[in-house]
Design a protein around this ligand. Sequence first.
Ligand code: MN
Length: 205
Amino acid sequence: MSNLVKENRTGFQMPVLIYPTGALAPVISQATMEMHYGKHLQTYVDNLNKFVTGTDFEGLTLREIIMQAPPGPLLNNAGQVLNHSLYFEQFTPNPQGNNTPGHNLKEFIHFDFGNFETLKKKMEEAAASLFGSGWVWLAQEESGKLGIVSCPNGDTPLRHRMTPLYGIDVWEHAYYLDYQNRRAEHVKRLWEIVDWEMVESRLDI
Ligand code: MN
């Protein structure tokens, strides 16, 4: 996961967007993508570099910073860089087949949630009930068990000793241009563009 975000002598770099900014429309419009990826994520990356410079955390990996930094601006921005790197990478303009999880992930989902429809419903409910800004993640505990974790603001599953698999960004900047206040509708539409192969590749099996 840490190789997602490259670091060189000038610091942490923007993760590469693996599709054109308009490719996920109409689920996520080009305008939202240009703001969200191009402006918001760029700011988190810039702030991460700013807040890490000259501290004991300089030179650590993104994961190490997230695991070790105390609550504050460095942790907030590191968490948001990780969350958004995983977020933009988990979508595809060309979902495969009927766009449901592949064999391995499906087995985990059936074991821990009963079926895929129940997982979707539970994530949608968690996204609707998260007050304010934050993330809802399908994540994996160290035991292998899957769970849904609600993360306020820039919190990440890593701080809960869980591996992030699929994340829903419920900050208004993720959907307001396209859906205004209709967060639930946005969350439902996202299922159409999930790259389940990518999500499954994050699974620890
Ligand atoms: Mn965001």
